[in-house]
Ligand binder design. Structure first.
Ligand SMILES: Cc1cc2nc3c(=O)[nH]c(=O)nc-3n(C[C@H](O)[C@H](O)[C@H](O)COP(=O)(O)O)c2cc1C
Length: 175
């Protein structure tokens, strides 16, 4: 069994990123298990805090996963603060964190036409700094994502069929 951790970048109940994460989870190859982290429960990063239970649980979730899939909107041309905060917590010790060598796939969404491509590039740059192993292609973006959500799930077979191939390729890299 390959275990995948999804990390969403939006906390909104009606989030199109979370709807996308649900649809992608349904398209993972057979033999894959998947759970979703909640970055919203984490405190603001503070190096003085060394005993927070939610932080410890999140780091353990990342450690246990064979691969991580980020599904995030773009905020102000970059990565939402709540997602960056979660990544910062799991990024220590530098170059020796749970992200070192961790296969990661980045999926971005947006309410507009660009699908969060700038956040996608920024997130990959951040992950590089943690020595994560970033799945290079095919890159998955979801444009006009809010118009494609029905009952909390992304309904766009063109995007999802395209994504399925990348998901299979990515999962094959997760030992
Ligand atoms: C604080 C904030 C900043 C945003 N900045 C961008 C942006 O830079 N680029 C973009 O395409 N959309 C931007 N948007 C619009 C989001 O793409 C849209 O609100 C999207 O639905 C958010 O993702 P969610 O549905 O998963 O919550 C922004 C939205 C918010 C709330």
């Amino acid at each position: 069994m390959t275990h995948i951790l999804m990390i969403p970048g939006s906390l909104r109940a009606a989030s199109s990123s979370r709807a996308t994460a649900r649809a992608l989870a349904a398209r993972l190859p057979q033999g894959t298990t998947c759970t979703t982290a909640d970055p919203g429960v984490l405190p603001h990063y503070n190096a003085d805090v060394t005993d927070d239970a939610e932080v410890a649980a999140f780091i353990e979730e990342v450690r246990k996963a064979h691969g991580v899939i980020f599904v995030t909107p773009e905020y102000n041309y970059s990565v939402p603060g709540v997602l960056k905060n979660a990544i910062d917590w799991a990024s220590r010790p530098a170059y020796e964190s749970v992200f070192k060598g961790k296969p990661c796939l980045v999926v971005t969404t947006s309410g507009g036409a660009l699908g969060g491509v700038r956040a996608q590039a920024h997130l990959k740059y951040i992950l590089n700094g943690m020595l994560a192993v970033i799945y290079p292609c095919k890159e998955i973006i979801v444009t006009m994502a809010n118009t494609k959500v029905e009952d909390g799930i992304l309904k766009d077979d063109t995007v999802l069929d395209f994504a399925e191939e990348a998901l299979a390729g990515f999962v094959a890299t997760c030992g």
